[in-house]
Design a protein around this ligand. Structure first.
Ligand code: MEV
Length: 318
């Protein structure tokens, strides 16, 4: 049997994080230059069921049988067995690697699950649809952070810009005018489940105030949708700044994020905000095309640990 591998991209949320957990719409795009990869290497000399999992970036080199059932990687592997109706898997080694910053709000956990699900179901000759992969990855996301909205698994499994609303059919965004985005990594990380849990606590303590924040963010995502299709920079920039202001009030921003956001705005970004769970992780700036390089340089000068650029183009992201 040949070695089989599969990839899954990173993602970035343009509008609506956190509020999306409470049923509001959010908009996210795949980031194809970052990816998680899963490689299945058959071991014809091994005993059936003898499965080794190697993920050097998280110092994991273990037998599947030794991993707890709620280990996210083990869960993804077992879900792939179930989906492919495999009771007695042949011996193999599964190698996992990723260029997506971990706990940086760029979907690294969902991308790793999706790469594993794709690689294994292909290996067993039972490839799944994007919707099936997304649904399985969602159950792994629940292990990671309890109450995921489902946006990460959807945007990554479909690899298309999406307008996502919990329990609603997924909507794809087909843009007419390209927009340029610069992403800056603070290098600081807070696991998403922590910021999501904090927001929930604040919401429970002050439901009226937080419901209003969620609704205002939902309105921002709704207004941003036509703006993204038409490439309306002034509108999008304003909406990003408003979204950031609400995320700050909700307590998920951080001084480092705000420092990078300010640096991007000073270098000509029309708007900038944190992206993902917050309190570290990544920020995103909308750049007039002629300013993208300047904004990138300004973010590096301001201390960003990594900077990525991405263009949202006709019906896809490049
Ligand atoms: C994580 O990428 C975005 C959050 O809105 C959490 C979620 O949607 O599950 C913070």
């Amino acid at each position: 049997m040949p070695v089989i591998f599969a990839n899954a991209p990173g993602k970035i949320i343009l509008f609506g994080e956190h509020a999306v957990v409470y049923g509001q719409p959010a908009i996210a795009i795949p980031v194809n230059q970052l990816k998680a990869t899963a490689r299945v290497m058959p071991n014809p000399l091994g005993q059936p069921g003898d499965i080794r999992i190697q993920a050097p970036q998280i110092q994991l080199d273990a037998s599947l049988a030794d991993l707890p059932v709620d280990h996210p990687i083990a869960a993804a592997v077992r879900l792939a067995f179930q989906a492919a109706s495999i009771n007695q898997p042949p011996a193999f080694t599964l190698q996992i690697s990723s260029t997506i910053p971990i706990s940086g709000g760029m979907g690294s956990s969902a991308a790793v699950s999706i790469a594993i699900l794709r690689a294994l179901t292909n290996f067993f000759g039972k490839p799944l649809t994007a919707d099936q992969i997304s649904a399985l990855a969602y159950t792994v996301e629940e292990i990671h952070h309890g109450t995921p909205s489902g946006i990460d698994n959807n945007v990554i499994a479909h690899q298309k810009p999406v307008v996502y609303r919990r329990d609603q059919p997924i909507e794809f965004l087909s843009v007419k005018q390209p927009t340029h985005w610069v992403i800056g990594d603070t290098g600081e990380t807070t696991p998403t489940h922590e910021t999501v849990a904090d927001v929930r606590q604040h919401f429970q303590a002050n439901p009226k105030r937080f419901s209003t924040f969620f609704e205002q963010i939902g309105d921002i995502s709704r207004q941003a949708q036509p703006g993204l299709i038409d490439g309306d920079l002034p509108l999008l920039g304003r909406l990003m700044d408003q979204n950031q202001c609400l995320l700050e009030k909700m307590g998920v921003s951080s001084p480092t994020l705000e420092h990078l956001i300010q640096a991007a705005r000073m270098a000509g970004a029309v708007g900038a905000k944190l992206s993902g769970g917050g309190r570290g992780g990544n920020m995103i700036a909308l750049a007039p095309s002629e300013n993208a390089a300047e904004i990138k340089a300004a973010l590096i000068d301001a201390g960003a640990k990594q900077v990525f650029t991405t263009i949202l183009t006709k019906g896809r992201e490049s």
